[in-house]
Design a protein around this ligand. Sequence first.
Ligand SMILES: NC(=O)c1ccc[n+]([C@@H]2O[C@H](COP(=O)([O-])OP(=O)(O)OC[C@H]3O[C@@H](n4cnc5c(N)ncnc54)[C@H](OP(=O)(O)O)[C@@H]3O)[C@@H](O)[C@H]2O)c1
Length: 309
Amino acid sequence: MKIMQTVAAANGLSLQASERPTPTPGPDEVLIRVHAAGIITAELDWQPTTHKADGSPRSNAIPTHEFSGDIAACGEGVKSFTEGQAIYGMNDWYQEGALAEFTVAPATSIALRPKSLSYEQAATVPIGALTAWQALTTHGHLQPQQRVLIHGGAGGVGFFAVQFAKSLGAYVIATASADTIPFVKSLGADQILDYRATRFDQELRDIDLVVDTVGGETLARSWNVLRSGGRVVTAASDIPDDAPHKIKDAFFLVQPDGKQLSEIAGLLDAGKLRTFVKAIVPLQDAEQAYNQSISSALRYGKTVVALAP
Ligand SMILES: NC(=O)c1ccc[n+]([C@@H]2O[C@H](COP(=O)([O-])OP(=O)(O)OC[C@H]3O[C@@H](n4cnc5c(N)ncnc54)[C@H](OP(=O)(O)O)[C@@H]3O)[C@@H](O)[C@H]2O)c1
């Protein structure tokens, strides 16, 4: 099968086209014929892209762990899916990813593709929506009427977080760049701060929950706006090893969850949740998607790699 794999380059990793044998699904796994894969631009810098789970170096990783496609084969014990079904989902960062004609995932990490979405639209959803949902509920315990601040409200995680927080009955404040403020407003945010023009921690107080997708100084200043007992959760992947405990404690890693993806598919099909494709590129141009050199009319949404059917 055709793949794109990481190779060492002068400034980190670049991508190289190659061929590999089509993988075989193990017990409780499915083989997926990939139609589209969603790009998280920071992924090539993540530890699992360069290291194995045991900490040893990893090379020639196939990146991109969210996808949509069709079930090509089911491993032993898989009862919830059958060959030919259209699905979407994610797999583990340490597995080989979806910049390939085929990928393998646990059957519990996928769900039927939302019927109202194309493969390309569906591939923008799994990681962004699961991260946003788990940040607000599992880790943030957001309650109706609470005040939530979402950093990066126009981003691939943030645009889902704004919509979910609104549907949970919260008062939603987001930070975003000036160009994307109308977009974040259209998602239902009650208040939006231009992060380049305003210091959010001079404007805001009594926040119940901060959901951070930016990291760095933005994350460090987030504790200043909390009410007593309020909390910060962050998905931002640039937490240094020597970061203070409170920052490390605020960090979480999204968990694959086929049941949550089924519920999210229902919201998408009911028109209660929207997703946004920024650009669609062929497999051979995946590197431009990572380094964000693809031109797009949109300033928001996720870039997707489409594989030939
Ligand atoms: N922990 C996990 O399990 C997990 C899962 C998914 C993603 N992530 C991580 O989460 C982060 C966000 O991912 P993503 O896919 O949402 O990225 P993204 O699509 O690139 O979105 C980032 C957003 O943040 C905005 N932004 C940049 N600087 C900002 C600032 N100082 N204040 C407020 N907003 C700012 C950007 O706005 P402009 O571009 O308009 O300036 C952009 O809209 C990445 O670090 C990613 O690696 C982690």
